[in-house]
Design a protein around this ligand. Structure first.
Ligand SMILES: [Fe+2]
Length: 425
């Protein structure tokens, strides 16, 4: 109803303001719908700007809803509504105003206010924020970043599509789901004990075991990771996306090797597939499953505190009241949204996944759908938020096996106690 009355109201107002304008009854459909040519460009920009602003506003809300511990049915329903609203919006616009967007401000006040908000977002905020993201500087803490892409499908000689529920998605042309980035990043970590200079961490996240990709894909990835032979392994959640594929955890992660210790926390998708059984399988592999607790251990003769944070899905959060304050703290948190907590608790290095880099990244614009309270701010990469250095991996998979311009990632981090000269990308 909101969009039906503005159309009628608009015609009345237009007749009053422009008496020479013929009444709608005396003009053809095309004359009524299309403005005079010199205003066509402006009307086109306003039409697209309103649609973009509407889309951006709904995606902004959707991303934040997906960061909350809500039931899956609620989230799926809300996502369907958002998709419907985004597709229907231009039809509503056309039905109400045709291409006379410059006159839309004369419509009913709720419609005029909402359109103004959409224009501010679509023509101002979105281009502005995109420009700021494009001009972001490389973090000082990133000493070097070398990436090796392994095309698992080519190495196997076939696409390991498997038998998952979304296997047809994995077959889409251009889908990068089987091309894995093996990234080796050297990081300068402020406050790192000098004994740990050169310490290596394998950061692996978001396996989403559910049948697609198939088991051979993960076996190849784990074998590549084993060749790195890291000091520490950190696993930051979302191991499974189906009850039946919990049995893959032991044979797959059992291929990994480490020199000192391995740690794990669970993610929101694990929450939905009997987390106690997932924890039991991880412990069988001698992995320290931190949950919402902390553990102190010696690394190269120096104490380390490894903290797990599985909030907001698993509560209560970690209690550090008895945790030694002067020991170097690493935090594993599935979502980077716990960054504020980490900073307040003097965490020096935080490792997260969850956001998958957005999975689909558009040229110039970047990611769009990112389930975070911060939107796409921490979709992937390295972020310096003193006293915390945050590494967010794009992860290895996703519930939907779909990746465009956003390859799956496994990261080996080399920690340095003193800054080095950046070399290359
Ligand atoms: Fe995930």
């Amino acid at each position: 109803m909101l969009w039906k009355s503005p159309g009628r109201h608009l015609e009345t107002n237009r007749s009053k303001r422009y008496p020479s304008t013929p009444s709608p009854k005396s003009v053809s459909y095309s004359e009524e719908r299309f403005p005079i040519p010199e205003k066509a460009g402006m009307n086109f920009i306003l039409f697209c700007g309103a649609w973009l602003g509407h889309m951006a506003l709904l995606v902004f809300i959707l991303n934040r809803w997906y960061a909350l511990p809500l039931p899956r049915l609620v989230l799926s329903g809300f996502r369907a509504l958002v998709a419907l609203s985004i597709l229907a919006f231009p039809i509503w616009l056309w039905a109400a105003f045709g291409f006379h967007m410059t006159l839309a401000r004369q419509s009913s006040w709720p419609a005029a206010i909402y359109l103004t908000i959409c224009w501010i977002i679509g023509l101002g905020l979105v281009p502005g924020m995109t420009m700021i993201r494009l001009l972001r500087k490389r973090p000082h803490a990133l000493v070097s970043n070398h990436t090796r892409i392994v095309n698992i499908a080519r190495d196997l000689g076939y696409k390991p599509v498997g038998r998952g529920k979304y296997r047809h998605v994995a077959r889409l042309p251009g889908n990068e789901v089987f091309q894995v980035d093996f990234a080796e990043r050297t990081l300068f970590v402020p406050g790192l004990p000098k004994e740990w200079d050169g310490l290596t961490i394998l950061h692996l996240s978001d396996l989403h075991l559910a049948g697609t990709p198939d088991r051979e894909f993960y076996e190849k990835v784990m074998d590549e990771c084993r060749a790195w032979n890291p000091d520490l392994v950190v696993l930051t959640g979302d191991f499974v996306d189906s009850d039946g594929h919990r049995r893959w955890i032991v044979p797959l992660l059992g291929r990994l090797r480490w020199r000192i210790a391995a740690f794990a926390v669970l993610g929101n998708h694990d929450y939905w597939h009997d987390p106690s059984l997932i924890r039991r399988r991880l412990r069988r592999l001698n992995i320290h499953v931190l949950g919402n607790t902390w553990k102190q251990m010696e690394v190269r003769g120096v104490p380390l505190v490894a903290i797990g944070h599985e909030g907001p899905w698993f509560r209560p959060g970690p209690d550090l009241s008895n945790c030694p304050p002067d020991v170097f703290r690493i935090c594993l948190s599935h979502t980077p949204d716990n960054l504020g907590w980490a900073r307040a608790n003097n965490v020096r290095l935080m490792l997260s996944g969850h956001n998958h880099g957005g999975q689909v990244r558009f040229p110039l614009i970047g990611s769009i759908f990112v389930p975070s309270l911060y939107g796409r701010q921490y979709d992937g990469g390295l972020f310096e938020k003193p006293p915390t250095l945050l590494h967010v991996t794009r992860g290895l998979a996703g519930k939907q096996p779909l990746r465009f311009n956003c390859k799956p990632e496994v990261a080996k981090l080399v920690l340095r106690a003193a800054t080095g000269k950046p070399d290359d990308d």
